[in-house]
Design a protein. Structure first.
Lengths: 471, 279
């Protein structure tokens, strides 16, 4: 056990014992003085330990350290402020406001307590009082970063107030970039196929790695409606288009829609949703997706939350030559998100497993028994990511993942069971150069390594996106 | 004579024991914070200044002056805050440490405001916790709520209607009058103007439920350093979490178009022919 915890327990037991019991008989004066000095030193050390724990991102431990001392030391400004922020940062805004009320009763000028009080009101969903206190504290002498954060809170409160129970959001993006592999293809122009031992087979030019520059545009919107304190409905859609300068047969257009219902109570949040997508390639319908998904999210504290998710999706191709690739996909996973003590950095990750079942009954040369040439697939993978605020207007982000896929049917052409290892990495920055405008330079690297060469590729995509958010 | 003395002695001892037991049981809570002018008025009408650590017994009333406030830690673990310029009577309190149905926590708010985070009483037997005012009774269905009574002649009465206001922070309450009841959810406010009027939900009135006093002009900001950004700010800092779901599209579906290959057949016994295959 942490020595500070032990000391706090001892001090706490002493304090707690005195709350509803007779006071102990006074001791001899010199002993009492010595004991008081020891107690004072231990108490000061406890405050320092609690402060360090909060700064170290362990507010729950800090609160546990201070809570047994609350009765004895309530009314001392520094103690009340520490226990208040420990409660706030550990997800107990109601207890935070109780402690911070004491600070502000004694010292209404405390900008530190008032700012955290406003945050606590916001966490309680009391946006009116949060707004009042944010506005008051913004008139006081506070750092620029705090002022910038207050503006974000006030914007958020204004959006909530204007939309009552319904909230709309939307965006428009324009992108310019360069894609080293517009067709996700191997760099080899000739391959060997075991089932056709006549020599190398020349791949069609459309199936050999090709680079091109592109322009893109995207737009999307979302609506959220609160039915009551627990239930929320949401629906949204995203449309995106990418047009290559020369390789127009690989121009893409995608439209994805989603809707769901969420239930939140305390630290738990559940969501069930449906998703639907339509994708075009080179001006022709390419494939449709449709699926359902569910998620259970548990909030351990403002700094940590975990989730479990399930997805079921159908992928259906339009081109008759692509129809054998139709599949149904199921995915299950676990995720985690951690926010840094100062709220300016986030790391997250998830682990998942899934299956793809090929569902086509078309028989072709490559699929003599129907289904996909490589058959069903089992896959598992992980994704990791992080982002950090750099200054008041910029967020740097980095995320990536690895997925291993093992197919279950011997490929009739290559006479092999296909095994893939897919990995990707994205790095970039998001610079909000004004309230609703963002500039996002981004670099993406992806690679699929397969024992069947036609499925192997390396792709590098560098882009610059400008985004305008609405509402 | 000796027998009479003995009986009297035993009776006196019993009465003392009962008295001591009764006074112990009737301690509702103790003051953990008192700021400004905070008075305790006991059942016989005697009053004295309330200090940190003082016990609050059943039937005691706490009266706060202007810019004064107090917090009481209840024996069942609950917390009570008494707002400035308020009078709160601890009508009835019984708690043996068990939620056996005999526990009780009844308050009477005579004027001004209070906030309560409930303790063990009311968790199981919700009817054993209530706050009564001149115009309404408030029962709990949750943990954290605030009640305010605006009386005629008070400063607030010049700007808002007199009556009882109840705001819920977390959990829920039920405001009841002789003419109906209304359930109050988090961040809603109930209002009752008179005992014979139906209570109703109204938008939260910040002139009633604003707690901290404003800072003085040119105020120094106090000994604690302002925290410019903290963990809870992530809800508004534009933190876009990586989607909880797996990669949206599995690599297999990155096949964007049919993969075609060509090879030659014949050549010696027959004219060479180009064959096309779709993988």
């Amino acid at each position: 056990m942490h020595p500070a915890m032990l000391m706090a327990m001892v001090l706490g037991l002493a304090s707690a014992g005195s709350v509803f019991a007779q006071d102990a008989a006074p001791q001899e004066a010199p002993s009492a003085q010595t004991a008081a000095q020891v107690d004072d030193a231990a108490y000061e050390q406890t405050l320092r330990d609690a402060d360090a724990l909060i700064k170290d991102g362990k507010p729950g431990k800090a609160y546990a350290l201070l809570e047994p001392l609350e009765f004895a030391h309530a009314g001392e400004e520094h103690f009340d402020y520490l226990i208040g922020i420990a409660a706030l940062d550990s997800g107990q805004p109601d207890k935070a406001t109780f402690a911070l009320e004491r600070v502000l009763a004694v010292n209404p000028d405390s900008a530190a307590a008032r700012l955290d009080m406003a945050r606590a009101y916001y966490q309680l969903g009391d946006f009116s009082r949060a707004k009042t206190e944010f506005l008051v504290v913004s008139q006081q002498d506070i750092p620029g970063t705090a002022r910038a954060n207050i503006e974000k809170y006030l914007d958020e409160i204004e959006a909530r107030e204007s939309g009552s129970n319904t909230r709309l959001s939307g965006y428009l993006e324009g992108t310019a970039g360069h894609d080293s592999n517009v067709n996700f293809s191997t760099s080899q122009s000739q391959i060997l196929v075991n089932a056709i031992p006549v020599g190398p087979i020349a791949l069609a030019p459309a199936n050999i790695e090709t680079a091109d520059s592109y322009r893109g545009v995207a737009a999307g919107g979302e609506i959220r409606h609160n039915l009551n304190g627990n239930w929320q409905l949401d629906a949204g859609a995203d449309w995106r288009k990418r047009a290559y300068n020369f390789q127009n047969q690989f121009d893409t257009v995608g439209l994805d829609g989603r809707a769901g219902v969420a239930y939140a109570a305390g630290a738990e949040r559940f969501r069930m949703g449906i998703a639907d997508g339509r994708n075009r390639l080179g001006g022709l319908l390419s494939y449709d997706t449709a699926g359902i998904n569910g998620e259970w999210r548990h909030v351990f504290s403002p700094a940590n939350q975990a989730n479990v998710f399930l997805q079921q999706a159908k992928y259906r191709f339009a081109d008759v030559l692509m129809k054998p690739n139709d599949f149904d996909q199921q995915t299950a996973g676990l995720g985690w998100v951690h926010v840094s003590v100062d709220g300016r950095a986030t790391v997250s990750g998830n682990l998942y497993r899934g299956t793809e079942k090929d569902v086509s009954n078309l028989v072709t040369t490559a699929t003599p028994s129907g289904g996909r040439a490589d058959g069903p697939k089992r896959f598992s993978g992980f994704r990791l990511g992080g982002q950090v605020a750099a200054g008041d207007r910029t967020i740097l982000f980095l995320n990536g993942g690895v997925q291993v896929g093992n197919y279950e049917r011997l490929n009739p052409m290559f006479l092999q069971l296909r095994n893939d290892r897919y990995s990707d990495l994205t790095a970039g920055a998001s610079w909000s150069f004004s309230k609703r405008w963002t500039l996002r330079p981004q670099l993406n690297f992806s690679r699929n390594s397969s024992n069947i060469v036609i499925y192997s590729y390396i792709r590098k995509d560098v882009s610059l996106t400008i985004r305008r958010d609405f509402w | 004579m000796n027998t009479v003395k003995s009986i009297t002695g035993v009776l006196a001892a019993c009465l003392m024991l009962m008295g001591s037991q009764a006074s112990y049981a009737a301690i509702a809570g103790k003051v953990q914070f008192a700021n400004g002018s905070v008075q305790l008025v006991n059942v016989s009408g005697k009053s004295h200044a309330l200090r940190k650590g003082d016990a609050i017994s059943e039937s005691d009333t706490i009266a706060t002056g202007k810019d004064s406030s107090a917090q009481v830690r209840m024996a069942d673990g609950g917390l009570i805050a008494v707002r400035p310029d308020s009078e709160l009577k601890f009508d009835r309190f019984a708690f043996s440490g068990e939620q056996d149905g005999n526990e009780k926590s009844f308050f009477r708010l005579l004027r001004g405001g209070m906030r309560a985070i409930t303790g063990m009483i009311g968790r199981v037997h919700k009817s054993n916790y209530r706050i009564t005012t001149q115009t309404a009774t408030i029962g709990i269905r949750g943990t954290d709520h605030e009640t305010y009574v605006v009386v005629p002649g008070s400063a607030l009465a010049a700007t808002v209607p007199t009556g009882t206001y109840n705001k819920v922070n977390t959990g829920g309450t039920v405001m009841t009058t002789g003419n109906g009841a209304v359930n109050i959810q988090p961040n809603q406010m109930g209002f009752s103007g008179a005992p014979n009027q139906a209570p109703q939900l109204q938008p939260v009135n910040l002139s009633i439920f604003t707690v901290p006093s404003a800072p003085a002009p040119q105020a120094k900001t106090g000994p604690n350093q302002v925290r410019a950004s903290v963990v809870v700010d992530n809800v508004v800092l534009g933190q876009v979490f990586i989607p909880a779901t797996a990669a949206a599209t599995a690599p297999g579906s990155n096949i964007r178009a049919p993969i075609r290959g060509q090879y030659q057949t014949g050549g010696i016994t027959a004219p060479p022919q180009t064959q096309t295959i779709v993988f």
